[in-house]
Design a protein. Structure first.
Length: 333
């Protein structure tokens, strides 16, 4: 009888393959209005394209619990919460129907949006909020909250403007998705939600084919904004236009063009499928980028993550308040 090899030398079972990590979700700030419905729909399309789930987040005030004095009596605050949850559920159902296979999760949190959205964003990869299209300003609360949240999060924040467009066509089913965005909602009457749902069907649709515009300062930290812009353009099969603003036309423009092309070269090489153009334009960065946004599907702007205590920079502020296209604010050092 042959001696058995030492136990430590006996062949062992192959290790089980590791489960792939679950991608982080997208997060959307949703208040039940037409602009936030547009943001939710934009986020749903992006989630489906990226193969990730969608999360809808309701952020409400931490009201004390009120017990009804009889089954027929429902406190006003309780009715508000019930209505908000009904709108949240209806929105989730609509997005599931529009995007078969997309995982849509609904969650709620108590507190203020400016504090709760950044906290929730720590477990997400993209935060999306809606912007008003009735004038060239975000609504006061939204503007304050959106830019405050953008300064407090370390992930990209996209502001989606409500714009009148033809109804979007239904999307084909997908076999499976891996992550989910998040949406926040305040209390709203279901009848008003139905009106805004009908109105928002005419807003915020798929890319128009104009392309992605990204602001690039060759002397700054442009890498994260370029990477995000190229990834988004690649997913949607769109061209990319890198824009650098110089204070005045003249001899500095050729040098600026060369610096811009050098800055974009590495990212362009990683995405050979994305047609790229570079443009150096005279003028203030905010003015130039707003003009460029008129023909863009997405405007991408870098923002300093450590500006939370000082507020957004002038370019961030102008883009957030006045851009014609959705704006992606990308954090950098």
């Amino acid at each position: 009888m042959c001696p058995q090899p030492p136990r430590s030398l006996q062949p062992s079972q192959p290790p089980k393959p590791l489960e792939p990590p679950v991608p982080l979700p997208f997060l959307v700030g949703f208040d039940g209005s037409a602009r936030s419905l547009a943001a939710a729909r934009w986020a749903a399309r992006e989630a489906r394209s990226a193969g990730v789930p969608l999360r809808l987040l309701h952020v409400g005030h931490a009201w004390p619990t009120i017990q009804p004095i009889s089954p027929e009596f429902e406190p006003v605050l309780g009715a508000s919460v019930v209505a908000a949850m009904a709108v949240l559920a209806a929105t989730a159902d609509e997005l599931r129907a529009a995007h078969p296979g997309l995982t849509v999760e609904t969650v709620s949190a108590e507190g203020g949006a400016a504090s709760e959205l950044p906290r929730a964003a720590a477990g997400a990869q993209l935060l999306v909020v809606g912007a008003s299209a009735h004038d060239h300003h975000l609504l006061p609360l939204l503007g304050s909250t959106a830019l405050t949240v953008a300064g407090r999060t370390g992930i990209p924040v996209v502001l989606v403007r409500e714009t009148p467009e033809p109804p979007e066509t239904p999307e084909p089913a997908v076999p499976e998705v891996g992550t989910d965005p998040a949406v926040g909602i305040d209390g709203m009457d279901p009848a008003q939600h139905a009106h805004d749902t009908h109105h928002a069907h005419h807003t915020n649709h798929a890319p128009r084919g104009q392309g992605v515009v990204v602001g690039v300062d060759p002397a700054g930290d442009y890498g994260p904004a370029l990477d995000f812009a190229y990834a988004w353009a690649s997913v949607h099969g769109l061209p990319l236009r890198a824009v650098h603003a110089v204070h005045a036309a003249g001899p500095a423009e050729p040098q600026g063009q060369a610096s811009l092309e050098a800055a974009v070269a590495a990212a362009s090489a990683r995405h050979p499928d994305v047609p790229t153009t570079c443009a150096v334009r005279p003028g203030e960065a905010a003015t130039v980028l707003l003009e460029e946004s008129a023909a863009a599907d997405l405007l991408v702007v870098g923002r300093r993550h450590h500006r939370a205590l000082h507020g957004p920079g002038p370019t961030d502020h102008a883009a957030a308040y006045h851009s014609h296209a959705p704006v992606a604010l990308i954090p950098h050092a």
